[in-house]
Design a protein around this ligand. Structure first.
Ligand SMILES: [Zn+2]
Length: 254
């Protein structure tokens, strides 16, 4: 998730929630049910986001037959964790590839935008890359629009995905945190996690974290000393929470 798991909060971009989205508004109604998708493209900012954040949800999509791919904008070279004599960006690229194998990710497109500066880049340029990467994907999976940790890179990656999805009319599902979990983390660690209330959480799924934990261990430079991430997984237990940022009638979300 590219340390630190704290950072300035950005303004949440506008979202499109059609009637198909709103029908999922009661999380209890959707307990245990991921939407059907033939091909899922996860759009991430940093190597490890796919594991630390999406690492329980991506294998669940793969297990129900979806082809899962990842687009990652940066190599995570600005992390304050895992300093090495080698190039951290290169080490983290290898960590990402190993984790992707564990999670059942078929393809990783790793770009080289500057870690920590995605918000400075033109949204249209980033969205264009997502649009190109969508190819046959019928669902985009992203971090919640508040960036989960509040990291500006996370927010920008999601903004780019939303812009691209709007052009291609592909639904966007976000991994989200319940506000009580975010609140506990912020109290315990003085972090800036952005949580959502129950009415904003559209889908609750039971997850198995075995593959996620194995993928996390692939990111040795980032997971060795990361008590915030471990506490987050502890608080979430065996559940993950998702919300629609945009969806379209007749698409994966309907
Ligand atoms: Zn990150």
């Amino acid at each position: 998730m590219s340390a630190p798991e704290a950072g300035p909060r950005r303004t949440t971009p506008p979202v499109v929630r059609s009637a198909a989205c709103i029908s999922h508004a009661d999380p209890a109604m959707s307990l245990g049910a991921l939407p059907h998708a033939e091909e899922v493209l996860a759009v991430c900012a940093h190597p490890d986001d796919e594991s630390f954040g999406l690492g329980a949800v991506l294998p669940a999509f793969a297990a129900q037959g979806a082809k899962v791919r990842v687009l990652c904008f940066t190599r995570g070279e600005a992390s304050t964790l895992g300093e090495t004599e080698l190039s951290l960006g290169e080490v983290r690229a290898e960590e990402l590839r190993a984790a992707a194998c564990v999670l059942g990710i078929r393809d990783v497109e790793l770009l080289s935008y500057p870690d920590g500066r995605l918000a400075d880049l033109p949204l249209g340029e980033l969205a264009g890359l997502v649009e190109d990467a969508i190819a046959g994907a019928d669902l985009l999976l992203v971090f919640d629009s508040g960036g989960i940790t509040g990291h500006p890179d996370h927010c920008r990656a999601t903004e780019a995905a939303l812009e691209a999805a709007n052009r291609r009319r592909v639904p966007v599902l976000a991994w989200a945190l319940p506000e009580d979990v975010a609140g506990r983390l912020n109290t315990e660690f003085a972090t800036s996690f952005v949580g959502r209330g129950v009415t904003d959480l559209d889908i609750t799924v039971e997850v198995d974290r075995e593959l996620q934990r194995a993928a996390i261990s692939c990111h040795a430079t980032q997971s060795h000393d990361n008590p915030v991430m471990r506490r987050r997984l502890e608080l979430l237990g065996g559940r993950e929470y998702l919300r629609w940022l945009s969806c379209y009638p007749g698409s994966a979300s309907a």
